[in-house]
Design a binder for this molecule. Structure first.
Ligand code: WTA
Length: 659
């Protein structure tokens, strides 16, 4: 490092606040500080600003219907179609030749879809789905990797009013079956396989295994042929080749179905405290308005931008900020199929340079990996097209923030650290990049119109600097409406903790810990429930535990998250062998690993499985998870005298390799 660089590093390391660069502010979509007050004074009508970003077939008559809280409704009486908002209206505006999706395959193939082309393709696929018998309100499951057919199928579903349920392609066969069962979904769009680090990865065998676990009849399965001759596969009677089927509908005209604002746009399953994933329901009007509004106000997206979010569409970030938000605004959204280090660790920067990316949105886990690989991978690329950077999914440590700011943004791009959840539909807590000072490590203030607070266990706001829990004390258009087929669980999971039914005061509880500073900036501390966040991916510890205890010979297991330098958190399993299995730990370990991969997928792969004859328990018999977390993270262990079995702690700690 040169002296000049070293000085710069030292200066950055000490700096705690950063002002938005002038060059950014000059062109930003939102620059008026008064927006916070304006939204507060004019709430909930302020949300018309979000609705105004969309084209409505019929105007709504009520902005917010709160008569049946917490089952709020937004923009009631309004009618619209999400696909028409993402496609047709841009074509009608004469922007049909602009690029909608710029796709890059892992092996370097490129596919570009203009808005004209994307609309044509979406209509063909919409006609294909209809031809198979898919009707309005039928839930179509999509298990596809990052190939253009995924957003195309999503928009085709939206066009005919069939909600989609996208299942992340990396999930296991079991996970696919569970989600199809829960949603009573009779249709699946999937693919033969895809490329991962240069290897052909079989996907169809897994999909077939999942289908075997579906407990109702599946009428049709459409299979995209991604790998051609690289992967031979047979199709069952109800399985169809995507290209052949779609070719039969080439040139079809499919009028977008006018949907009520509150009609379901999609379901997205996510992990919760109990073992069963929750089917989060998002609606057509509120969700689309909210994802478009936040894309405009926070990501600063404009129609002529090239925007890239490096998430996978299989998660909510990809839904809101690769597909719906950016396409509703008519921008160019970049999609990349592969991993950031294939064929080399500069792949992403090569793509930024090649496509002249203006806005880049990624996860802290990726930034920590880039940092570890070193800045030599960024230096050979011209990243000067970038004007805004964003992060999402987990807390970003100030060191990673500063690395991103300097090495990717060249100190010329603001960073938005956006806190939100599958359930919130879009961003909730973050700075507005053209207005607010940035404080590395702190997401920022709640967005205009969002009443997020940090409270104690009783719901009273905590003092600055104190740790507490995040709550959201008013509804917002992008919020989930319920959990699929389970209104009761919806109320129980999100509203029971802090609401007062008697006074009809409803408070949303996201289950995150946080603290707040004197300027109202919120620093997220992480989940306070049994959910862990591995590389920004949300996993339920209970789901992993039930996979592990399903192994014959394992009596009991506890799963916790331990700190991890790159992943943020990693999965640690503590397991007790049954009597008679003590000397078979190596086999049990292998089987437990396999069970986790089978029931969830490789993202949940345990960092370590530790066998012990006992788990640390309180006198009342509760497993001391916090202690297990401290062991996994290599933290100093506090007082263990309240344990029923304090000796076990040292036994366990000795076995965990914390380097
Ligand atoms: C965490 C992803 C800190 C948080 C959009 C939340 C964050 C969970 C941030 C939701 C952030 C998300 N800073 N933590 N900027 N963004 N989280 O549903 O714990 O996959 O509850 O949605 O991720 O994860 P989910």
């Amino acid at each position: 490092m040169s002296q000049e660089d070293a000085n710069l590093e030292a200066r950055l390391a000490e700096q705690e606040a950063f002002e938005p660069p002038e060059s950014f502010v000059e062109q930003a979509n939102v620059t008026d500080q008064g927006i916070y007050e304006e939204f507060e004074e004019n709430w909930p009508e302020c949300w018309e600003r979000a609705a105004d970003l969309l084209s409505w077939d019929e105007a709504y008559d009520t902005v917010l219907e709160d008569g049946n809280a917490p089952f709020y409704e937004w923009f009631t009486g309004g009618k619209l179609n999400a696909a028409a908002n993402c496609l047709d209206r841009h074509v009608e505006d004469g922007r049909g030749d602009s690029v909608a999706i710029e796709w890059e395959g892992e092996l370097g193939e490129e596919r570009t879809y203009t808005y004209d082309e994307l609309l044509d393709e979406v209509e063909d696929v919409a006609a294909t789905l209809r031809g198979l018998g898919v009707e309005e309100d039928d839930i179509v499951t999509l298990s596809l990797p990052m190939i253009p057919e995924l957003p195309i199928a999503m928009l085709a579903c939206a066009r005919i009013g069939a909600p989609h349920s996208v299942v992340f392609a990396g999930f296991s066969a079991d996970a696919l079956a569970t989600r199809m069962n829960s949603a009573d979904s009779e249709y699946l769009v999937t693919c033969d396989g895809y490329s991962r680090r240069g290897d052909a990865l079989d996907h169809i065998s897994k999909a077939n295994e999942g289908l075997a676990g579906v407990d109702h009849a599946v009428s049709d399965v459409v299979v995209v042929d991604r790998l051609g001759d690289d992967l031979e596969h047979d199709l069952a009677d109800n399985q169809h080749d995507y290209d052949e089927l779609v070719a039969d509908h080439e040139g079809a005209t499919v009028e977008p179905v006018s949907r009520d604002a509150e009609d379901m746009l999609f379901l997205m399953y996510t992990s919760g405290t109990t073992g069963k994933p929750k089917g989060v329901k998002h609606t057509t009007g509120g969700y689309l308005a909210y994802s478009a509004w936040t894309s405009h106000a926070v990501l600063d997206i404009e129609a002529d931008d090239t925007y890239w979010c490096s998430a996978d569409i299989g998660w909510i970030t990809g839904h809101s900020y690769i597909v719906y938000g950016p396409l509703a605004l008519g921008t160019t959204t970049v999609m990349y199929e592969g991993t950031p280090d294939y064929p080399d660790k500069d792949r992403l920067w090569e793509l930024v340079e090649q496509n002249g990316v203006d806005i880049f949105y990624t996860a802290p886990t990726a930034i920590r990996a880039f940092m570890k690989w070193g800045s030599e991978y960024t230096e050979d690329h011209d990243l000067s097209s970038l004007r805004l950077l964003g992060t999402v999914g987990e807390p970003i440590n100030p060191r990673a923030w500063k690395w991103y700011y300097k090495h990717i943004g060249n100190e010329e791009c603001p960073i938005v650290d956006t806190w939100w959840q599958t359930e919130t539909g879009g961003m909730m807590i973050t700075t507005l990049p053209g207005i607010n000072t940035m404080k590395p490590g702190s997401a920022g203030p709640p967005l205009p119109g969002i009443d997020a607070r940090v409270v104690d266990a009783q719901g009273a706001e905590v003092d600055a600097g104190q740790a507490g829990y995040v709550t959201v004390n008013n509804p917002w258009p992008g919020m989930l409406r319920t959990l699929y087929d389970n209104d009761e669980r919806f109320v129980q999971e999100y509203w029971d903790e802090y609401s007062d039914e008697a006074t009809d005061e409803w408070v949303y509880f996201p289950e995150d810990g946080a603290k707040i500073d004197d300027d109202g900036y919120i620093t997220i501390l992480g989940r306070v429930d049994d959910v862990i966040n591995v590389s920004g991916h949300r996993l339920g510890t209970m789901e992993i535990e039930s996979a592990v205890v399903g192994v014959e010979g394992i009596a009991e297991a506890a799963v916790v998250g331990g700190d991890h330098e790159v992943k943020g958190e990693a999965v640690y399993v503590y397991a007790i062998p049954e009597d008679g299995y003590e000397d078979r730990e190596a086999d049990l370990e292998e089987e437990a690993m396999a069970a986790v991969l089978d029931s969830i997928g490789p993202i949940a792969k345990p960092e370590e499985i530790v066998f012990t004859h006992e788990l640390p328990k309180t006198r009342s018999g509760k497993i001391m998870r916090r202690l297990l977390e401290d062991i996994a993270s290599g933290n100093e262990l506090g007082n263990t005298s309240t344990l029923r079995n304090p000796d076990v702690v040292d036994d366990i700690a000795e076995q965990v390799s914390t380097d």
